[in-house]
Design a protein around this ligand. Structure first.
Ligand code: GSH
Length: 217
């Protein structure tokens, strides 16, 4: 049985859970508390030397890491429903939207970045929250501008099918909510996010629907 190393609050794990739900892939869940620093323990570093969630262990080779790489792997081994469009230009657009959210924005406010600011630059919790909100807002703004100005946007980020872009954008939108923000400044993105989150694959993968999560924000 495939194993996923995950944690309720991990947005990167949320992305992978959505992909698994869409593809009908199941895995045993192993929880790694990233607030308690468990990701930095030697045992987990043997699985992911970066000390980051998620990781997938399926016994076929080295563990799989990096949510976008894992999602594309799932898409290749379980092609239905496809998570990328067929045309190269469309694929590039979808991957770009996904990377704005999952790489450029998300990477700047993970616990290790916030902890580093606190420890080495004396940034208090309020400052760390502002920091996170700043990078989330910049990511959401850029995505909203793409979505509103490009004809490829449909019911979802790219046409009328769910893609890796929707999965990544949903994770950033949930990040915004977890950090106390709203999506009102990003109406097109909010409309697409609402459509996604109504989908069972997204709803059941939501951080607050996971074991160990608080019952409300
Ligand atoms: N680019 C990576 C990001 C992985 C990542 O930053 N994971 C976070 C949780 S969402 C983590 O494990 N953080 C631990 C830490 O910051 O110490 C991906 O998409 O998989």
């Amino acid at each position: 049985m495939m194993k996923i190393f995950t944690f309720w609050r991990s947005l990167a794990s949320f992305r992978v859970r959505i992909g698994m739900n869409l593809k009908g892939i199941s895995a045993d869940e192993n929880f790694v508390d990233i607030f308690a620093g468990k990701q930095n323990e030697p045992g987990f570093k043997l699985i992911n030397p970066q000390g980051l969630l998620p990781a997938i262990v399926d016994g076929q080779g080295p563990p799989l890491v990096q949510s976008l790489a894992i999602l594309e792997y799932f898409d290749e081994i379980h092609p239905e429903p496809p998570l990328l469009p067929k045309d190269p230009r469309g694929r590039a657009r979808v991957r770009a939207l996904a990377q704005i959210a999952a790489s450029d924005a998300h990477s700047l406010f993970t616990p290790r970045v916030r902890n580093y600011l606190g420890k080495n630059y004396g940034v208090d919790e309020a400052g760390q929250l502002n920091w996170a909100r700043h990078w989330i807002d910049l990511g959401l703004r850029a995505i909203e501008d793409h979505l509103t100005s490009e004809d490829e946007t449909g019911l979802y980020c790219h046409g009328d099918q769910i893609t890796i872009a929707d999965i990544s954008v949903a994770s950033l939108a949930v990040g915004q909510q977890l950090f106390g923000g709203t999506l009102t400044a990003y109406p097109r993105l909010a409309e697409i996010f609402d459509r996604c989150i109504e989908h069972r694959a997204f709803a059941t993968a939501h951080p607050l629907a996971q074991p160990g999560a608080p019952t409300s924000l």
